[in-house]
Every structure is written in structure tokens, then in C-alpha cells.
Design a binder for this molecule. Structure first.
Ligand SMILES: Cc1cc2nc3c(=O)[nH]c(=O)nc-3n(C[C@H](O)[C@H](O)[C@H](O)COP(=O)(O)OP(=O)(O)OC[C@H]3O[C@@H](n4cnc5c(N)ncnc54)[C@H](O)[C@@H]3O)c2cc1C
Length: 470
């Protein structure tokens, strides 16, 4: 294993790599983090004694090894809860994944019939024309779920979050080729028998529990954290292959310093990594890739309401007439000591910074968000105790075709280097907390020599998954 290791970013991915490397015997690990604390988008924040998460609203049971490590090795108390979330469509919240009984009794039965009709027509058309599944995500999803469901729900949902619904055919082929409606239903039926059934996990005090536990372990094992630190440049010993050792110029509150490292694991935006690499050396080909790594911003709205509870842990809101993509109730599962009868709702708005919503002034944004939430008629203005918002730039990578191509080119350029990409912004192939931690452990196993390249590549593909289907 490389001796001196530098990890950029102390989000779940960076922390999980550091943990895996430390467990596998690495002793010289440094983490560079631009914020004053670890956790990234999986941080739990405190405001006026209210706790709330920025990003994750559930921890998926997809990788039992992740759950086992968090519980058994890091002593994190995880509540096991039903994966109880819904989709708001046409003023009615449908459970997701769909529940047959509820579908049959929903008030919007005509809509359901129209969805069913569209699905049957799509299937029949496919049988009649002997149509092969194709490599385009949009067409393929239409063929699987029917045009109406895709137009009204799926594409709107993807577009609200990702800014588009195009995806590179290779990405689609490697990740979704086995996707089918029957397959998903069948998997659901089978899963009912497994221990994890249909549950999700939820740390008792919010997702910050996970990152805090990693940090405590790592500090005990002499991993060095450099908080409030940014990188000015990364110089490679061999610029043509980008191989190490590396000289990393860092800055902490305007104090400059240098780190020497044999290996770098980047969990931050590739735009950022490329900018750091090209700042010290002319590398026009590499520089060209930088602009393809585009991300959208998150405007997280918090509304504290009295005398109201969301029926679900979180509700996806695909319809464009609402500016938010998702509403979650923070105290749905955990007892967070909020004042009695109060509920903290988190409303995610993901948007381009230059869009109408993205460029609204904070106060105007909060007013518009509240007005939008009141449109739901779930609670009245008199019940609203507080409304505020927080902005996070670069929160959601745009999974465009250009990004996929740039990612592949960057990976090719790094093949003989000692730089490894991990984390949702850097690896560009997954989006959730369980993936971030699983990928971190995987990269650590690979770098420690516990697994070879073939196993690493095969397991990486299993980790990358289409985000909304998790
Ligand atoms: C709105 C939203 C909703 C989400 N919902 C869910 C969900 O329901 N379930 C789920 O499982 N996941 C969810 N996620 C995703 C989850 O938050 C991420 O998958 C997870 O945090 C990714 O971890 P990471 O380490 O890859 O990246 P991040 O969490 O982004 O961490 C990256 C770290 O790098 C630091 N950093 C960035 N740039 C630099 C730099 N130049 N120098 C030094 N440090 C830097 C950041 O400050 C951060 O600490 C959601 C995310 C968002 C934004």
C-alpha cells in the first residue's frame, strides 16, 4: 500500500476510504476538507436547537456489509424503519413503490386507468414491432413503464433533480439493462422474505451520526484532519502520466502549507481536481475536460409547523407546478427533542444557480417556497412557526452525456497515475449515502491489495445505480 495518502473531502466517501485504509493497515493518512467539519451533504445541522439533515433522508439496506460495519464496528445506533415514502401526483400521495390496494382505491382512478392503458399500449406496440430494448434511457424507460407514467412522473422527477433526462448509452447499458417493471415487482416480492425486507435505516440523531462516528474512529487511529483547508495546486512528479509522488499546496485561513503525498483519493468535483492539477503545469487536454463537470445547487427550505405530521417519511414531488422536489419530515422516525407538537419539514429545491428560482434573493425565495407549500393545503399559515433556507452550491452533479464522456476520458488519463476517484462528485456513478460508503470501502480494499482490478471493476458497477430507483 502507498505510504502517504491524501484524501480530498471529508464526506461519507472520503471518511469511508480513510476508515477502510486505516483498518487495512495504512498509517499515514491526511484528509483535506474545505468546511469546518466533516460530513459533506450527509451532515446534520443545528439551528435554534432544531436538528436537520442536509441531504439523505434514508439509508438503503442494499449493501448489508455497510450496515453491519456502521453498527458493529462504529457502534452507530440505526433505527430500522419501513421504507415509507410517497409520490405526490394530482393532489394525491401514492405510496412508492406502488401498493395495489391503494391504487385500486385512489380517488384518481381515471388517472390510474390512463396510466395502465398507456402501459399496455406501449407493451403491445413493442410486441407487434418486435422492438428491441434500445440504448437510450428515455426510450427504454418509456418502453418499460409506459409513456404516460414517464411523461407525467418519471421524467419530471428526473429533470427536476438532474436538470435533464438524457444519459450516455454506455452508462445506461451497464447500469439498467435488466430493468423491467415485472423484474422490479418480482424483486419486491422476493425481498419481502429477506431479513431486510422493505426497510430502511435511520441514525437516531440524523445522518451526522455516521460521519461523526467515522471521524472519532479515524482520529483515534491518527488520521489527520485538515479542516477549513483548500488546495491551491497539485504538482505531480511525472506530469505526463500524472503519477506521484505529489506536492499539494494547501491554504488554511490564508496560511499556506505543503503536503507531500504518494497517493491522492479525490472525492470532490473533478472540475476542482483538474483545476488544481493544471494550475501548476500546462495540460491543455486535461483542462478542456474541466467544464463538463457541471453541478446544480440545492436550496434547502426548512418549515417548522405545529399540529401537523407528514404521513410519510418523505414525499417526492415530480410535478413542475411545485418548486420543491421532495418534502421530508425530520422527526418522523427519531425522537429529536423538538418542542411538543412541532414538525420540521425539509423541502429540497434543486436548480441551476442562474434559473429564476436559483437567482431569487433569500427572503424572496423563502416567501415563494412557503406560498408553494401552503398550496398543498396540508397546514395553514397560522400553523407555520418558522421558515428559513440554506443554499449549497455544487449539490447535484448533472448526469449528462458530456459528463459521462469527460469522466471516461479523465479516468483514462489517470490510469497510470496514483490518483483515485471516489465520491459522488468524483466517480459520477452513484448518488446515495449507502453507495458513497460502499464505494469508499471498495476503493480502500483495492488500494490495500485485498482485491484485484477485475473484482474492483465488477463491484464498482454494482454500486453505481440509477438514483431514483434506490
Ligand atoms: C438534496 C439531497 C438529497 C439527498 N438524499 C439522499 C437520500 O435520501 N438518501 C441517500 O442515501 N443519499 C441522499 N443524498 C446523497 C448523499 O448526501 C450523498 O450521497 C453523500 O453525502 C455523498 O458523499 P460524498 O462523500 O461522495 O460527497 P459529499 O457529501 O458531497 O462530501 C464531499 C466533501 O468534500 C468537501 N469538499 C468539496 N470540495 C472540496 C475542496 N475543493 N477541497 C476540500 N474539500 C472539499 C465537501 O465540503 C464535503 O465535505 C442526498 C443529497 C442531497 C444534496
Amino acid at each position: 500500500m502507498k505510504k502517504k495518502i491524501t484524501i480530498i473531502g471529508a464526506g461519507p466517501s472520503g471518511l469511508a476510504v480513510a476508515y477502510g485504509l486505516s483498518v487495512n493497515g495504512a498509517t499515514d493518512i491526511q484528509i483535506i476538507e474545505k468546511e469546518s467539519e466533516s460530513g459533506g451533504f450527509s451532515r446534520t445541522l443545528t439551528y435554534n436547537n432544531y436538528y436537520f439533515d442536509i441531504g439523505p433522508h434514508k439509508l438503503s439496506p442494499l449493501f448489508p456489509e455497510v450496515i453491519d460495519t456502521l453498527r458493529a464496528k462504529l457502534n452507530i445506533e440505526l433505527l430500522e424503519k419501513p421504507n415509507y415514502h410517497g409520490v405526490l401526483y394530482n393532489s394525491y400521495v401514492y405510496t412508492y413503490p406502488p401498493n395495489l390496494k391503494e391504487i385500486c382505491t385512489a380517488p384518481t382512478i381515471t388517472e390510474i386507468l390512463l396510466f395502465g392503458y398507456s402501459w399496455i399500449v406501449t407493451k403491445l406496440r413493442r410486441v407487434i414491432t418486435f422492438d428491441e430494448p434500445d440504448a437510450d434511457l428515455k426510450n427504454s424507460l418509456t418502453k418499460i413503464f409506459g409513456k404516460r407514467f414517464c411523461d407525467k412522473i418519471l421524467f419530471q422527477m428526473i429533470e427536476k433533480v438532474w436538470g435533464n433526462h438524457t444519459m450516455h448509452p454506455d452508462f445506461y447499458n451497464t447500469r439498467f439493462s435488466n430493468l423491467s417493471l415485472f423484474g422490479s415487482v418480482w424483486k419486491k416480492i422476493l425481498k419481502k422474505k429477506s431479513i431486510h425486507s422493505n426497510s430502511i435505516y435511520y441514525p437516531v440523531h440524523g445522518f451526522g451520526d455516521i460521519c461523526r462516528a467515522f471521524e472519532i474512529y479515524l482520529k483515534k487511529n491518527n488520521v489527520k484532519f485538515n479542516f477549513n483547508t483548500t488546495i491551491d495546486s497539485i504538482r505531480c512528479s511525472n506530469p505526463s502520466s500524472l503519477a506521484g509522488p505529489y506536492t499539494i499546496a494547501i491554504r488554511n485561513n490564508s496560511i499556506e502549507n505543503t503536503i507531500h503525498s504518494d497517493c491522492i483519493i479525490s472525492t470532490v468535483s473533478n472540475r476542482n481536481l483538474i483545476d488544481n492539477l493544471t494550475r501548476s503545469t500546462e495540460m491543455p487536454e486535461l483542462k478542456k475536460l474541466s467544464n463538463s463537470f457541471v453541478s446544480r445547487m440545492l436550496r434547502l427550505g426548512i418549515i417548522i409547523v405545529t399540529g401537523f405530521h407528514l404521513l410519510y417519511r418523505n414525499i417526492i414531488v415530480p410535478e413542475k407546478k411545485y418548486m420543491f422536489n421532495r418534502i421530508a419530515e425530520m422527526n418522523h422516525y427519531a425522537d429529536l427533542n423538538y418542542p411538543e407538537n412541532e414538525t420540521l419539514l425539509m423541502l429540497d429545491v434543486i436548480c441551476e444557480p442562474a434559473s429564476i428560482i436559483g437567482s431569487l434573493k433569500k427572503a424572496d425565495f423563502e416567501q415563494a417556497l412557503l406560498a408553494d407549500a401552503l398550496k398543498l393545503k396540508w397546514f395553514s399559515e397560522a400553523q407555520v412557526k418558522m421558515c428559513f433556507s440554506l443554499d449549497f452550491n455544487d449539490a447535484y452533479p448533472v448526469m449528462s452525456i458530456e459528463r459521462y464522456q469527460a469522466q471516461k476520458e479523465l479516468e483514462k488519463k489517470l490510469i497510470n497515475s496514483d490518483i483515485y476517484l471516489c465520491g459522488r462528485e468524483a466517480a459520477s456513478d452513484y448518488n446515495n449515502l449507502h453507495n458513497a460508503v460502499a464505494k469508499g470501502f471498495l476503493v480502500a480494499d483495492y488500494l490495500s491489495g485485498k482485491i484485484g482490478e477485475a473484482e474492483y471493476n465488477a463491484r464498482s458497477l454494482k454500486i453505481g445505480r440509477f438514483p431514483i430507483l434506490d
